[in-house]
Design a protein around this ligand. Structure first.
Ligand code: SF4
Length: 350
């Protein structure tokens, strides 16, 4: 299906050429990428792209580098499959679990850690599968938090989403419902009153939007975030540290400042997962730490995300720092301030 850049999403290489986002000479090589990984660029995202190599274009326009596979890359880098007790549930940590009702997204990020699974084919749980997944939550009282993710749960119809929220709201042991979504920035018009009505619950419900660059927070996206906030839903953000997108102190600072100005608390900054064909996005950990060091003391603590790495293979998430305490031979001996100056610290504290 050929996409129309102004009225519907771009969904294939031919439409990318037609929109002037890739040269006709790249059509054949990129068709190999298209055969492997889905493409989707919403009109809202298309409007933000000046060139294929700008920070927005890089995130959604396919490149031939996606065909390169490094030895350490994995189809399922964070080990979803080995933590799936029933289709649509991922249970990695004791007190929380993921519910993935579908695998469709508004855009397909070229660095996605679930890129081998997400796509327009859907992965939509059938009614029976959804009931079985909800049944699993009912039978696990230790699970206090449900993270609705996918794919993108805000791609569900208001009716289906409302049904899921209502079922989770009826479970006494569930304290928190967390929704991970790219919709507020990728397709803000989708956040209709009907979809927001579907999020109505007595539980603590948090919306975590995935955004990697300040330019994604367009006027339409900002308006959508305000609509969410007017419903009393607190908002967090998560971002992925990506080469050529947000790998500098200045660009990261602009993103974090824009988020807090909009009342969105930056939550996670993810180190890139080793998914196939994503090496061109990789930023070394040391550079990530330096970016965070560069921000410390310069931006408000409210804007400070936790830089995290998911240990490949499904062993969980760990914070990466930067670290300020200085280890001596037997104990902590001092602390480094945000400007890199060293200070002694009384050892009795440790
Ligand atoms: S929206 Fe999330 S799940 Fe979907 S392609 Fe992007 S990173 Fe992957």
């Amino acid at each position: 299906m050929s996409g129309n850049a102004k009225s519907s999403s771009i969904r294939d290489v031919a439409a990318l050429v037609e929109a002037g986002l890739v040269s006709p000479a790249m059509m054949d090589p990129l068709r190999l990428v298209e055969a492997r990984y889905d493409i989707a660029i919403t009109p809202a995202f298309r409007d933000l792209i000046q060139s294929a190599d700008d920070p927005i274009g890089r995130q959604v326009i396919p490149r031939v580098e996606e065909l390169d596979q490094a030895a350490f890359q994995m189809a399922d880098p964070i080990g979803d499959a080995r933590h799936t007790p029933v289709k649509g549930v991922v249970h990695r940590y004791e007190d929380r679990a993921l519910l993935t009702p579908l695998l469709i997204c508004p855009i397909y990020c070229r660095f996605c850690f679930r890129r081998e699974r997400v796509g327009a084919e859907g992965g939509l749980l059938t009614d029976a599968e959804l009931e079985a997944a909800l049944g699993w939550f009912r039978q696990h009282p230790d699970v206090r938090e449900v993270i609705l993710t996918g794919g993108d749960p805000l791609m569900l119809s208001p009716r289906r989403l409302g049904r899921i929220i209502a079922a989770l709201s009826d479970m006494a042991h569930i304290d928190i419902i967390r929704i991970h979504s790219r919709v507020p920035v990728a397709d803000p018009e989708r956040l209709t009153p009907a979809l927001l009505d579907a999020l109505s619950t007595e539980k603590a419900l948090w919306l975590v939007t995935h955004v990697n660059h300040a330019a994604e927070l367009s006027e339409a996206a900002s308006q959508a975030l305000r609509h969410v906030q007017k419903r009393g839903i607190p908002m967090l953000s998560q971002s992925v540290l990506l080469r050529g997108v947000n790998d500098s102190v200045e660009v990261m600072e602009a993103l974090l400042r824009r988020l807090v100005r909009l009342g969105v608390k930056p939550y996670y900054l993810h180190h890139l997962d080793p998914a196939p064909g994503t090496e061109h996005f990789r930023v070394p950990v040391e550079r990530g730490l330096n970016i965070l060091r560069g921000l410390r003391g310069r931006v408000t603590g409210l804007a400070w995300p936790t830089y995290v790495m998911d240990i490949a293979g499904g062993y969980g998430k760990v914070p990466l720092g930067p670290h300020y305490l200085e280890a001596g031979p037997t104990m902590m001996e001092g602390v480094t301030d945000p400007k890199g100056r060293h200070h002694k610290w009384p050892n009795s504290d440790f």
